[in-house]
Design a protein around this ligand. Structure first.
Ligand SMILES: CC(C)(COP(=O)(O)OP(=O)(O)OC[C@H]1O[C@@H](n2cnc3c(N)ncnc32)[C@H](O)[C@@H]1OP(=O)(O)O)[C@@H](O)C(=O)NCCC(=O)NCCS
Length: 180
């Protein structure tokens, strides 16, 4: 499985309510792959149970201000994207903005441009919605993700504290202007 994937091989599809179990699976898998090393098992489990519960995912999928997309390779889900606009943004809640809440790719597929394909989908949706800018929060120690967003033109504009279990962590807020 070497090299970058040809864009034709990766399919990006909008996630529907009958794909909740697949979303739950990729969501938990990629979140723990990303953060297990740096967090206690207890806070990780608590986060996974609350943030990826069937009820929560169901209401998020049915939220008209949120959109989820899968990246699939030969029908296998290898990553996903979550976008928010309007009041469904986790912060800021500016009607002229779009939040990339999550871009997650399975560890086995990192470095093969799958994240880039999901990212380009986010920008396509942001352009369709004619928002002025795209923003996101990324954990300050997640250097690979920060580099990934910088490569795509995002710049830091703020820092915010968030909680994972009982621990306080810092997110770097980054944005990309789409208007001149
Ligand atoms: C951040 C993320 C979405 C990037 O997706 P991706 O498909 O790996 O993106 P790319 O293929 O463009 O790789 C990004 C960079 O990471 C590096 N990289 C990532 N994984 C790598 C690996 N396994 N081996 C070597 N390099 C790797 C590459 O150097 C690449 O930089 P380049 O474009 O200069 O070559 C992905 O790494 C990911 O899902 N990480 C875990 C979840 C996460 O942190 N999400 C963001 C939360 S805000």
């Amino acid at each position: 499985m070497n090299g970058k994937y040809n864009k034709m091989e990766i399919i990006v599809t909008k996630i529907t309510e009958n794909e909740i179990l697949q979303l739950q699976e990729i969501g938990k898998k990629t979140f723990s792959e990303t953060f297990s090393e740096n967090n206690t098992e207890e806070s990780m489990n608590e986060y996974l149970e609350t943030s990826f519960s069937t009820e929560k995912l169901k209401s998020e999928i049915n939220d008209e201000n949120s959109e989820f997309y899968f990246a699939k390779l030969n029908d296998e889900v290898i990553g996903y994207l979550k976008l928010n606009t309007g009041s469904s943004q986790t912060e800021i809640k500016d009607n002229n903005a779009l939040e990339i809440e999550r871009i997650y790719v399975s560890k086995d597929f990192h470095g093969k441009k799958v994240g880039q394909i999901l990212y380009e989908k986010a920008i396509e949706i942001a352009s369709q919605k004619k928002v002025d800018y795209v923003w996101l929060g990324v954990w300050e120690n997640n250097l690979r993700a920060i580099k990934f967003y910088q490569k795509n033109g995002f710049v830091e504009f703020d820092k915010h504290i968030f909680r994972l279990g009982n621990e306080e962590q810092t997110d770097i807020m980054m944005k990309l202007n789409l208007k001149n």
